[in-house]
Design a binder for this molecule. Structure first.
Ligand SMILES: Nc1ncnc2c1ncn2[C@@H]1O[C@H](COP(=O)(O)OP(=O)(O)OP(=O)(O)O)[C@@H](O)[C@H]1O
Length: 622
């Protein structure tokens, strides 16, 4: 269950806070003695001075409920805390050091897991006698393996990530790596475990007290209250209701609180999962119309993406419009942070949970991708539209053979094809993408292949179901220069053969010249110029395009860098976003948002001064 963001922490915190405060304040509240018996008022309903009535010994129910919270909550929080700290430490050490530490800590946890909880409680109670201390000890031991195992599994996965390797390469001491790098990244599942442990400790305390193994009567606890109420259930059913209600509210509050804390410690998961604004969904008239040209494969119109961040909502992509036609390649180019990947993932319906498209449309034929259900998008992804990512190593599953992965991609969209036909198609695809000896290669694992080969496998996978649209997000960045050239040639040739429309995301205008028909130059979340590649290169209309062209290395000449950096989305200026770095800026550039103007030759440019500037590069003039 997800509460609206602003209530996500406060609502459960208020519930848990109120229960804890009431329990702490029990000694100063004007409550009757919770253990004083008054047989004359046995099982009475609500009477003056006892709004919730009296129990089977005439003791005040409200007073016992509030005093009982002290023992129930003390047991739950103390046992979850002890188990959490010790179990997390064991899991961290076992996952990090492996070897003997792993053997001793995890095997001892396995022994505890083999022991039935009630039997363990009986054993300890027999040795130490019943009481709150004994209960905390038993429950801490019971919850220890859960924390140790969850942390261990998370650490194993975290330690293989590049960010952990990076701090190791910096020479950081192990303790610091564990506490500052690994622990924050595994905190989410541990917090979920805390909520489960507290909730189940409250229930187990009730159960063990109910069996006479926990809190000693006449001291009140919610478990003892349930035990007493059960015997008189038929005469006074409400006596059962109050402790059960207290248990339910506390557990619900605790679960919601831990979920909210988990979201808070992980900045990637703020809960902004809704897709378009309600107004956009209810009033489709506001949606831009579908494209009219028959050869248009994808038309993105006025796409704006919003991301919920701890600093507030940002719009890293604003009013972006792109068109790509059958058999053509549109290059989307711009410096890091200009919004290229966010645009591509919005089109594919693969935005991170915190991001959502808030305006615009993305037409793939007759279908607006921004308004499709997740199931419809799933049917399109890997079918009519496919994507090739930057790093083939992290995109391929390391434990499956590459041939099986490509076959899986085929069968996901053509389940009736059958395994043998899928295998034949894999071999055909491997040949098509230039993988030599495909019969042997299909049986290899990703780590046994070179980067270039892995990227060929990714391309084969993307082409598996003959997509109409292929989005390649910097597919050559992770490869060396010669392999880059081979992959570019391969993509260009495949596109000629299949007629697929392609969006090619890149930093490099050199790559654009080689592969694209049209180009969209993005800067700080906006398209600043677009048109046919030959025209844009010969006569750029935006100073940013010109600066990018000047930054392309040529021969022995040292390219001119662009001074300054792309502004972050939370600091986009009101006017021209490039103004701060532009040698042609005037006060008018910075005063108001700059519209995208149409220029001759089906071109578009977002610059106040484009009509008066001549940005033609010298070599083009020559
Ligand atoms: N999940 C996120 N939370 C917050 N900000 C994000 C998130 N994803 C992207 N951004 C921000 O959106 C902006 C655009 O990011 P994007 O990845 O689209 O840039 P890019 O042009 O593809 O860069 P690169 O070429 O380095 O991949 C950046 O400023 C980035 O910091």
């Amino acid at each position: 269950m997800r509460l609206p963001r602003k209530f996500a922490v406060w609502f459960p915190l208020a519930i848990v806070g109120a229960v804890v405060l009431l329990a702490l304040a029990a000694p100063i509240l004007p409550l009757p003695d919770p253990v004083r018996q008054d047989i004359a008022h046995r099982l009475s309903g609500s009477i003056p001075g006892s709004p919730l009535g009296r129990d089977e010994f005439g003791r005040d129910v409200l007073s016992r409920l509030i005093w009982g919270a002290r023992s129930s909550l003390a047991v739950a929080f103390a046992s979850a805390l002890i188990a959490g700290v010790v179990g997390t430490a064991l899991g961290l050490l076992a996952g990090w050091f492996r070897g003997l530490v792993e053997l001793f800590s995890l095997r001892s946890m396995d022994i505890i897991l083999c022991f039935p909880h009630v039997l363990l409680a009986l054993l300890v109670v027999t040795l130490l006698g019943p009481g709150i201390g004994t209960l905390i000890l038993v429950l801490s031991v019971v919850y220890l393996p859960g924390f140790a195992r969850v942390t261990y599994a998370e650490v194993l996965s975290a330690r293989s990530h590049d960010y952990v390797e990076a701090v190791r390469a910096l020479g950081a001491p192990t303790g610091r790596i564990l506490l500052r790098t690994v622990l924050p990244n595994v905190a989410g599942p541990i917090l979920v475990q805390v909520s489960l442990a507290v909730a189940s400790a409250v229930v187990l305390e009730s159960g063990l007290s109910f069996l006479g193994l926990g809190v000693v009567p006449p001291s009140p606890s919610w478990g003892l209250m349930i035990r007493g109420a059960r015997a008189t259930m038929e005469q006074a059913p409400l006596l059962l209701l109050w402790p059960c209600l207290a248990l339910t509210v506390t557990i619900l509050g605790m679960n919601l609180l831990c979920d909210a804390l988990r979201d808070a410690v992980d900045p990637r998961t703020p809960a902004a999962r809704t897709r378009l604004r309600v107004v956009d969904r209810l009033l489709p008239g506001l949606v831009p119309p579908a494209p009219v040209r028959a050869d248009t494969v994808l038309e993105v119109q006025g796409l704006t993406v919003e991301i919920a961040t701890p600093r507030g909502a940002i719009r890293p992509v604003q009013d972006v419009s792109l068109t790509v036609r059958a058999g053509e390649t549109l290059a989307v180019v711009g410096e890091s942070g200009s919004g290229k990947s966010v645009t591509a993932t919005a089109v594919m319906g693969l935005l991170p949970p915190a991001a959502r498209p808030v305006a615009g449309a993305a037409w793939l034929g007759e279908q607006d991708l921004l308004r499709l259900s997740e199931e419809k998008l799933r049917q399109l992804r890997g079918g009519p539209m496919a994507m090739v990512f930057q790093d083939p190593m992290s995109s391929l599953n390391p434990v499956h053979r590459v041939g099986d992965q490509v076959a899986e991609a085929i069968l996901a969209h053509q389940p009736r094809l059958g395994a043998a036909a899928a295998r034949e198609r894999v071999l055909e695809l491997f040949r098509q993408v230039g993988i030599a000896d495909p019969e042997r290669r299909v049986r290899t694992f990703p780590h046994e292949m070179s980067g270039g080969m892995r990227q060929r496998v990714m391309i084969a996978m993307a082409l598996a179901n003959k997509p109409r649209l292929l989005i390649a997000d910097e597919p050559t960045t992770a490869l060396d220069v010669t392999v880059q050239a081979q992959i570019l040639d391969l993509l260009a040739q495949l596109q000629r053969d299949t007629g697929t429309a392609m969006i090619f995301i890149t930093h490099s205008l050199g790559v654009v010249a080689e592969i694209a028909d049209t180009v969209a130059v993005m800067y700080a979340g906006q398209v600043v110029e677009q048109g046919r590649v030959a025209q844009v290169f010969a006569q750029p209309l935006h100073p940013y395009t010109r600066a990018l062209l000047d930054a392309v290395p040529e021969g022995d000449t040292q390219p001119e860098g662009i001074p300054g950096v792309v502004p972050p989305p939370y600091a986009f200026p009101v006017g021209c976003r490039f103004a701060a770095r532009c040698g042609f800026r005037r006060p008018a550039c910075e005063s108001a948002p700059v519209p995208l103007d149409e220029a001759a030759g089906n071109r578009e440019v977002r610059c106040v001064r484009w009509r008066e500037l001549d940005l033609t590069p010298r070599e083009a003039v020559a």
